[in-house]
Design a binder for this molecule. Structure first.
Ligand SMILES: [Zn+2]
Length: 354
């Protein structure tokens, strides 16, 4: 195991915010983005209205407004139409979407935290998160070696953090060792430590084109009732060098966000996943509630449970609403003030989603 180093968990000012407890705010939001090979692409994702797969040369179209409004972090996923193979070689090829996007974003937005998801399911022809044995089972150790290569490539491209989402055993230690050996000691690891096998990932598989061609992921993602497994996975990943840990999905697993926050000595993040996005959006469109109000309630719930930051597809809308609020408060005669807690927002003037 590598020696424990704390600096990379608070080297960036956004990471320093995450090291401290607090309520909803723009610097605690992370927007997941899907990037594709075709540089000019802007493909709507049918199961996630308002979200797109982006070509690298159009990323500014996606990000200029949210970054100007206060978005501080993104999480990148690759999505391929072809060129998949059993080993996911396109994950870290030099011309692959994610390394290209990392380089483009680091140049375009010097202050934006760029986190790269590390997994193989978007790049393997069988759609599983790992390399398979001849019997069709995931080969844990071969997969871990491959994931470490991918993580090093993303760090070399400039990612502030890599986020392994595969759920193989002991990949955090392997990734940490590979990053250190390659000279990327300051690249942080955000581990999807407690990732449950969930129907709430359905729209994501559409977006990332990562549905398994056969079988499912229940042999490596956690069973939904597996509280003890989640706690062991969280503690193991921290011991192996994770700088941040993630609980996923979000709202149905808030009890584990709270337990993780109470037990592990690193910031716990939560992921409001694709199914939660679609559920909230469609409910609002059906008139069940007002979207903005519901979003702020979910964010408050995440932070009440102990999350230090939330990965959400609603991030652009939320930062836009916060910016509107800030502008209103900065007008002559108002109270002014730089930080705008999102949970105080009642405005409906935010940018529409779709
Ligand atoms: Zn995967």
């Amino acid at each position: 195991m590598s020696r424990v180093e704390l600096h990379r968990g608070y080297g960036h000012e956004v990471f320093r915010v995450w090291q401290t407890a607090g309520g909803p705010s723009p610097d605690r939001l992370i927007w997941p983005l899907f990037v594709v090979e075709s540089p000019r692409a802007r493909e709507p994702i049918p199961s996630m209205p308002g979200q797109f797969r982006w070509g690298v040369s159009r990323l500014r179209e996606a990000l200029d407004k949210p970054v100007a409004a206060g978005l501080r972090a993104v999480l990148l996923f690759g999505s391929l139409q072809g060129g998949k193979d059993p080993f996911g070689r396109k994950a870290d090829a030099d011309d692959a979407p994610v390394p290209r996007a990392i380089r483009a974003l680091r140049t375009a937005y010097p202050d934006l935290v760029v986190i790269a998801d590390v997994c193989l399911c978007s790049y393997t022809d069988h759609g599983h998160c790992g390399i398979l044995t001849s019997e069709g089972h995931v080969d844990n150790d071969a997969t871990v070696r491959r994931l470490a290569e991918v993580a090093v490539a993303y760090a070399a491209a400039g990612a502030h953090a890599v986020a392994p989402s595969d759920m193989m055993d002991n990949r955090v230690a392997a990734i940490r060792a590979a990053l250190d050996a390659a000279g990327h000691r300051t690249t942080a690891i955000l581990s999807y430590a407690a990732k449950f096998a969930s129907c709430f990932y359905g729209p994501f598989r559409d977006a990332a084109r990562s549905a398994p061609a056969f079988g499912d992921r229940r042999a490596y993602q956690l069973p939904p009732g597996g509280r003890e497994l989640a706690l062991r996975a969280l503690e193991r990943d921290v011991n192996e060098g994770a700088d941040f840990v993630l609980v996923k999905p979000g709202l149905p697993y808030l009890d584990l966000v709270r337990e993780a926050a109470d037990r592990v000595p690193v910031p716990v993040l939560a992921y409001q996943v694709s199914g939660e996005y679609s559920m909230l959006l469609h409910a609002a469109r059906a008139g069940a509630f007002e979207l903005s109000t519901a979003l702020h309630e979910t964010l408050t719930a995440f932070h009440r449970a102990g999350a230090r930051a939330v990965i959400t597809y609603f991030a652009p809308q939320l930062v836009a609403e916060a910016a509107v609020r800030l502008a209103v408060r900065s007008e002559p005669g108002s109270h002014g003030g730089r930080r705008t807690p999102l949970n105080r927002l009642t405005t409906r003037r935010g940018r529409p989603l779709a």
